[in-house]
Write a new protein. Structure first.
Length: 214
């Protein structure tokens, strides 16, 4: 099922969060939720799509968009022009006059920065309500854990562990990398020790059904 908002992660500075969005590049409509805010600055790049006539070695340059926009509605109007659908957009950063910011990880998620924990919590529930989810108990969520939305609106933690964010100290990131490397080394050793328990012999072009090994 193609969910509009797939997952959420709270960042460790207590004021920012990430929302997993189905194909962010094609769902910049999401910015309409911020249309009332005035834009302070943008860092946006664009690149022309390769046409079917072009060779595989043809590479179009990536250029920064220098045009100024008053608000996100103004920006989205610009993208709807005839020429812009032929270009891919990379929204590195859009900063608003109220101190909020939005960054895009292409095709994966938007990172949204607010000024306080209270602003963060209000904004989260406003955004998820817009796609039909009920409000969530944000204070019960752990930072740096990705929670996935179920159709019921409840959240699911796949127990993948924490992941670093830009607000972690260098020492904390270093310790995390060491622990992550050690954990994966143990998993690889366990996998190699267990090996593949059995193989299923079969004749090529056989019409017989494969039976379970047990």
């Amino acid at each position: 099922m193609n969910q509009l908002i797939k997952d959420i992660e709270l960042l460790s500075n207590q004021k920012s969060f990430r929302l997993g969005i189905s194909n962010t590049a094609e769902n910049l409509w999401f910015l309409m939720h911020f249309k009332e805010l005035d834009i302070l600055s943008t860092v946006i790049y664009h690149q022309q799509y390769s046409e079917f006539r072009t060779t595989k070695t043809t590479k179009y340059p990536t250029r920064r968009l220098i045009k100024k926009f008053a608000n996100t509605a103004d920006f989205l109007d610009y993208l709807s022009l005839v020429s812009m659908p032929l270009k891919r957009i990379f929204l590195y950063e859009i900063a608003f006059t109220n101190g909020w910011k939005i960054k895009e990880q292409p095709h994966i998620y938007f990172t949204i920065y607010t000024n306080s924990l209270e602003e963060r919590n209000i904004l989260i529930n406003q955004l998820i309500k817009s796609v039909g989810y009920d409000p969530i108990a944000i204070d019960s969520l752990e930072h740096n854990i990705t929670y996935y939305f179920k159709a019921s609106g409840s959240l699911l933690d796949y127990k993948l562990g924490v992941s670093p964010d830009e607000f972690w100290s260098e020492e904390r990131v270093k310790n995390w990398k060491e622990e992550y490397s050690l954990k994966n080394t143990k998993n690889d050793e366990l996998f190699n020790e267990i090996g593949i328990p059995f193989t299923i012999p079969f004749e090529e072009n056989s019409n017989n059904d494969l039976l379970p090994p047990f």
